[in-house]
Ligand binder design. Structure first.
Ligand code: GUN
Ligand code: ZN
Length: 432
């Protein structure tokens, strides 16, 4: 099946902060799709001249089409924890998060929450994500089943957690390994799904559990690894007490064999210089979670330093300590986090972090993240008339960069007119 979509188009071919040709856009563009994959992208007039008359063209007026957003770190059992008042990381986990995750031992609860969660992603234009489930195998099963049905490109994993948590959220080093392996063998590579080996963080995993996780990662080198790193000063201090033999927090993971390509570390706010170097040489990536870092008062991510070291970085919501499912709102907070450090974030750079940069971080850049020919045709249609204020502001923008900047500051789920998965409409605002 061949079809075409006409509208303003924008995407990244490389990081626009280091490549002058990294951002490509067409005020009036045409995206040609065959069997769910991109065939070509170009200026509409020229492209249409070469197009056979029987190919259907969907016109998207007053809209900008961008690749589907990729959320590099999000917790699906924490949807109902969002906007819980008043604490920093360790108290927040104890008081709100662990109690909410207990309920995911129930398959029906997990299935209902997985549905809501994925619909919320689509509503926000997010078509791929790296997701933590709870410690329960059934919670991961429920998420994969719901994502499979929607054909979304989701990487996910069962949380590994064998200490410093409530008894009903605890696995063991052995059971965690065995259940992760069963899930991985069932779901990794199933259509568009990927498995992520997911020790929650060094505080809640024994040495033995981390070593077995590393062993599993070595046995299945094309899986992802997903965890938290250096988010909060009290957490960093606790890890140094739990692992006195390690050089640093990152070294705890490195010793266990958990530092490699497709390993994604959320936060990375309090790293030491050798950690940046290890991260860079290993090919691992960082999930930058600005709304969460501000909400929990964790700190400010130093994007310039990560870029200097050429570390892969992708943007992430980190719901439920993150405060929005919207990657546009996440760009907004990222901009402000960087402004506070005398750094900046242009709209092409923000788009990169939420699309191609995120795809590189998750090891899926050959599949998604841009409109390059051959890639899977996941995209979002942003609505220039979504709200009276956005409409007013966009009416006086002169370039697509300016329009995208208005979206990243003023936009949210209302700005998403529709979301496409493999060239098929999966969500349209106002339709059930
Ligand atoms: N560190 C360990 N677990 C979590 C979590 O659920 N959320 C955040 N923000 N940090 C964590
Ligand atoms: Zn998190």
């Amino acid at each position: 099946m061949i079809c075409a979509h006409r509208g303003s188009l924008a995407h990244c071919l490389a990081d626009p902060s280091s490549h002058s040709q990294g951002f490509e856009s067409f005020e009036d563009g045409l995206l040609l799709i065959e069997d769910g994959h991109v065939v070509s992208i170009g200026p509409a007039q020229e492209s249409m001249a070469n197009l056979s008359a029987d190919i259907p063209i969907t016109e998207h007026s007053n809209a900008v089409l961008v690749p589907g957003f990729i959320d590099c770190h999000i917790h699906y059992p924490q949807t109902d924890v969002i906007a819980s008042y008043g604490t920093q990381l360790l108290d927040w986990l104890q008081n709100y998060t662990f109690p909410a995750e207990v309920a995911f031992a129930d398959a029906n609860h997990a299935a209902a929450n997985a549905e809501f969660f994925l619909e919320e992603l689509l509503k926000n234009g997010t078509t791929s994500a790296l997701v933590l489930a709870s410690v329960h195998k059934v919670s991961t099963e429920a998420l994969f089943a719901a994502a499979h049905q929607r054909r979304m490109r989701i990487a996910a994993g069962k949380v590994l957690m064998d200490r410093h948590c409530p008894d009903n959220l605890r696995d063991t080093a052995r059971s965690g390994y065995a259940e992760s392996r069963e899930l991985l063998e069932r779901w990794h590579g199933q259509d568009r799904l990927l498995y992520a080996i997911t020790p929650r963080f060094a505080v809640t995993s024994s040495d033995e559990q981390l070593i077995l996780a590393g062993q599993l990662a070595a046995e299945f080198p094309d899986t992802l690894i997903h965890t938290h790193l250096a988010e909060n000063p009290d957490e960093v201090q606790w890890v140094s007490e739990l692992f006195p033999q390690a050089r640093s927090y990152l070294d705890v993971y490195q010793r266990a064999g958990l530092l490699r390509e497709r390993a994604v570390f959320a936060h990375c706010l309090h790293l030491q210089q050798p950690d940046y170097e290890s991260m860079a040489s290993s090919g691992a990536g960082i999930a930058f979670c600005p709304t969460s870092n501000l909400f929990l008062g964790s700190g400010l991510f130093d994007l310039a330093r990560a870029k200097q070291q050429e570390i892969r970085v992708g943007l992430a919501t980190d719901v439920g300590s993150g405060t929005s499912f919207s990657m546009l709102q996440t760009m907004n907070e990222a901009y402000k986090v960087l402004q506070l450090q005398q750094q900046s974030l242009s709209s092409p750079e923000a788009l990169y972090l939420a699309t191609l940069g995120a795809a590189k971080t998750l090891g899926i850049k050959d599949k998604v993240g841009s409109f390059e020919p051959g890639k899977e045709a996941d995209f979002v249609v942003l609505d220039n008339t979504a709200t009276p204020l956005l409409k007013r502001r966009i009416q006086i923008t002169n370039t697509l960069e300016e329009t995208l900047f208005a979206y990243m500051i003023l936009g949210d789920d209302r700005s998403v007119r529709s979301t496409y998965i493999l060239g098929e409409q999966a969500y349209r605002r106002g339709e059930v």
